[in-house]
Each structure stands twice: as C-alpha cells, then as structure tokens.
Ligand binder design. Structure first.
Ligand SMILES: NC(=[NH2+])NCCC[C@H](N)C(=O)O
Length: 309
C-alpha cells in the first residue's frame, strides 16, 4: 500500500512542481559568461515568452514516469525499513529515509539525466535548430547507444551523495513536525498541518544537500551540444568555484524552494491520506512501529471507532 500511495503522491507532486524545476535547471546550468536569465522571475518570463507555457513542462515525461515510480520506491522502502528496524525513533526515521533515498537513485539518476538534457535542449548559444531528442525515453536511448550503461548513469555518484542524507532529513523532518504540531485525529486543521509538515520537509531536505544538486545538474547537462567541460566531480567543483565563487552553490535555489514546498506538501499529504483511508480496515499491526504516515491513520481510526460507538 505504501508503494501505491507513493505513486499517487508522486504524480500529484510532479504536476505541481515541474515548471519550478525547469527554471532551477536553466539557472544552474546557464553559461555565466553569457547568461540568458537574470534571475528566477526573468527565467520564468523568458521561457513562457520564447517557448510558451509548454516550455516550462519540457522533460516532464521523465519525472512523471520516473518520480511517480521513485516515490513508490521511496515510501515503500521507508515504510518497510521502519517495520524491519522495529522501533519508531528519530534515528530510525533518518536511517529508513536514507535507505530509501539511496535505493531510489537507481531510477532517479537516469530519470534526472534525461530530464536535465530535455530541459536544456534548444537553449544557449549552441541552440540547434534540429531537436536532438524527441522525448525523455528517446534521450536515454540516444545516450545508451552512444555511451552505454555508464552514460545512462552519468551523475550517479553525485545523485547518491545528494539523495541518501537528503531523504533521511526528509522523513525525519516530517516525523518531528507532525508530532510537534499535533496532527490529531479529527483535528479540523489536520490537512493544513499535513501540508505544512510535508512542505517544510521538502524545503529542509533540498537545503540540506543543495550544493551537490548544482554539481549534479552541471555534470548531467555536460556534453549537450557535444562539448564536454568537466573531467570529474572535483573538476566540476573546481571550475565552478573558480569562475563564479561559492555563490555558484545557490544557483536556482529560489526556484527550487518555491517548488519544494508545494510539491512535497501535496506528496506527503496525499500519501498520508491514501494510507489512512486505504488502511482504515487493517491499520498497522501491533508489531509494526508507526511510521509518520501510519501513525496518522491509526490515530484517525481510533477516533473514528470512538465516535461511532
Ligand atoms: N534531492 C532531493 N532534494 N531529494 C528529495 C526530493 C524530494 C521530492 N521527491 C522532490 O522532488 O522534491
């Protein structure tokens, strides 16, 4: 059930947040010597003006297919790891989230490679008239044909470095917030509280490893137009800091945070509600530790039973 709930939550999140992600990638990867965009709003405006609203949704195929599946893995692995760990402690919340974050990289890395390439296609001075890739799957097929499995997993190391701690923070933050603001069963403000806790979990986790995300985007966009700038992660960091200073690690951060709150508010609230109502019958067995999402529906179930007596 965790997997299905993660699927539904993931799809809801992608629809809400993809335009913000496109702006983030464009700002992270643009050539600082000849910048196309002055900032977040100018980037939004330029994309809509030059590429219509559809320009903001370039590359959505990949995250729509991938993120939905990724969220299914994330919430499925996290829920089952919590059951395996047996006790609901903050450390176990972090560890279960980190395990989920590491495992989902298998899908997340190729998905984000295709997304990044599609989002960068047709931009900058190397704007090629002929579109190289028809869609995200065609993009991955091209890369696989040219560079094999290694090529399709370009950016895997930075993705693992970014995702493993980040998802630990993601679930730990949600656990702490939902317990401290009290998403009590029958609480008339439960939904807004779930949305707030989910949104803040997304913001916190993106902030926790954002510099790594900048490097990952640059490595995955490297080679668009055939010119490779970076020979390694260290080389990418060195060149980026040398040319732009430490401020480079904040490129696209505003758009990322504007995206992170609504996307993760919707994702976590959707997952929690789907689990609550879908598990209304069984609820977590006594032997199962409550994960944040299962804790909610157990409380709600008790409330519902009490009120029906
Ligand atoms: N690199 C990260 N911040 N990973 C966490 C991603 C959380 C959520 N799936 C999102 O897209 O916002």
């Amino acid at each position: 059930m965790d997997f299905l709930a993660g699927c539904i939550g993931g799809a809801a999140g992608v629809l809400v947040g993809h335009p913000f992600d496109t702006v983030k990638v464009r700002l992270q990867v643009q050539n600082v010597d000849k910048p196309l965009y002055r900032g977040t709003y100018h980037c939004f405006q330029s994309i809509v003006r030059q590429e219509s609203m559809f320009g903001l949704y370039k590359g959505i195929g990949s995250p729509m297919m991938g993120l939905t599946f990724v969220n299914a893995i994330v919430f499925g692995v996290q829920g089952n790891t919590m059951r395996y760990l047996g006790h609901d402690t903050p450390m176990n919340q972090f560890l279960a989230g980190a395990a989920a974050g590491a495992i989902q990289c298998v899908v997340c890395c190729p998905m984000e490679l295709a997304k990044t390439r599609m989002q960068m296609q047709g931009t900058g001075e190397k704007k090629s008239k002929r579109k190289l890739y028809k869609n995200s799957l065609d993009c991955l097929a091209h890369i696989y044909k040219r560079e094999g499995l290694l090529g399709v997993n370009r950016g895997m190391v930075t993705t693992l470095i970014r995702e493993t701690p980040c998802f630990g923070v993601y679930f730990l933050t949600y656990d702490i917030l939902t317990r401290s603001i009290g998403c009590e069963p029958g609480d008339r403000y439960m939904i807004p509280k779930l949305l707030f806790a989910g949104g803040m979990s997304g913001v916190t986790c993106w902030l926790s490893t954002y510099p790594v995300d900048v490097i990952k985007s640059r490595l995955q966009a490297d080679g668009v137009g055939g010119v490779y700038q970076y020979s390694s992660i260290a080389d990418c960091v060195r060149q980026s800091v040398k040319r732009e200073g430490l401020i480079v690690f904040t490129r696209g951060l505003t758009s990322t945070l504007l995206r992170a709150f609504p996307v993760n508010a919707v994702t976590f609230a959707t997952v929690t509600l789907v689990l609550m109502y879908a598990r209304g019958v069984e609820g977590p067995k006594d032997s199962e530790p409550a994960t944040p999402v299962t804790a909610h529906h157990t409380q709600l179930q008790q409330q519902a039973q009490a009120s029906s007596l």
